[in-house]
Design a binder for this molecule. Structure first.
Ligand SMILES: O=C(O)CCC(=O)C(=O)O
Ligand SMILES: [Fe+2]
Length: 320
């Protein structure tokens, strides 16, 4: 059997052509990379560098914005999250620290309950790094534009009108996260990874990963093997999450992925940074099988997008 290929797609071409190609890819691999995406390279670079500077701050400055109970965002210290736990069971804490912030455009409605309010808590920013807020704001705006464009390409690929998703994602709790995977001075515990195997939760994820620092791997269920996702200069890695898989009635796959540990004793730096933008549907959006994906019948009960998301992210918190 041929090894699974993660394609690199130029999305500046005709959206219907791109949509059809992506439809093929998401039926099998669930992951692809995009180039010619139009995201301002200066905005990308500034955000990336300031984010690295955040992780380089003394712990006390980072802990000033540690995630509070009742908020989904803030600074998560090393090993306080286990992505593998989101699939059930218990997992060792992931060997990473992260910074998380709401990245939605201004909400035009009042949250329907405390869980939605939690997803819309305004981010806090470190006093030691005044430029970070603006840099994340600018990058978050670029991510929203790109995600909306991808959702429109997705709609075309699914045989729907290009605007099908527009009013279903315009008030959603979008989240931007930066992850720092530090060098590993001590060997990891048994089964402990940089990020345990998981699927993402929402509609789609737009990930920037560091050049030349591997670690992200995608599961090939046909051969039960793990395929590395190579870093491509200027590209974003795109994958869909569980909500989109349900929406498409499993026509598209929410693929299992993980971030593996670097080799012990490496002579070059093994520190790695990544920035995923997690795109979601509106909190109260009912997600039920799309009209073009019904096939021989709906496999899932309809779900509300917001509670589905909150349920998953709560499971990943490591309790001491
Ligand atoms: O750091 C990466 O490359 C991927 C991280 C990831 O899969 C996640 O945070 O959901
Ligand atoms: Fe992920």
């Amino acid at each position: 059997m041929t090894q699974l290929e993660i394609p690199v797609v130029d999305i500046s071409r005709d959206p219907l052509t791109v949509g059809r190609e992506i439809d093929e890819t998401l039926r099998t691999v669930g992951f692809f990379q995009i180039v010619e995406h139009g995201v301002d390279p200066d905005v990308m670079d500034r955000c990336w560098k300031l984010t690295r500077a955040f992780f380089d701050l003394p712990d006390a400055d980072k802990l000033e914005i540690e995630r509070q109970t009742g908020s989904s965002y803030g600074y998560f210290p090393i090993a306080t999250e286990s992505l593998a736990q989101s699939l059930g069971g218990m997992g060792a804490g992931d060997l990473k620290e992260s910074l998380n912030a709401l990245a939605s455009p201004a909400l035009r409605h009042t949250p329907v309950d405390d869980v939605e309010r939690e997803l819309f808590t305004p981010p806090r920013w470190p006093s030691a790094l005044p430029g970070l807020k603006g840099a994340w704001g600018a990058y978050g705006r670029e991510m929203n534009v790109l995600a909306e464009r991808l959702m429109s390409i997705f709609a075309l690929g699914l045989g729907l009108d290009a605007t099908f998703f527009a009013d279903k994602i315009d008030q959603a709790p979008q989240a931007l996260r930066a992850i720092n995977y530090p060098e590993q001075a001590a060997p990891p515990a048994d089964g402990q990874l940089r990020a345990g195997a998981h699927t993402d939760y929402g509609t789609l994820t737009i990930l920037r990963q560091e050049m030349g620092r591997g670690g992200l791997e995608v599961h090939d269920s046909r051969t039960d093997s793990w395929i590395p996702v190579p870093a491509v200069d200027g590209a974003f890695v795109i994958n869909i999450g569980d909500l989109m898989a349900q929406w498409t009635n499993d026509r598209w796959t929410s693929t299992l992925h993980r971030v593996v540990n670097p080799d012990a004793g490496s002579t070059v730096s093994t520190r790695r940074q990544s920035m995923p933008f997690f795109h979601n549907a509106n909190y109260s959006q009912l997600v039920e099988c799309l009209p073009t994906c019904l096939g021989s019948g709906a496999r899932y009960e309809p779900v509300l997008a917001g509670p589905h998301l909150s349920g998953k992210s709560r499971k990943s918190v490591v309790t001491a």
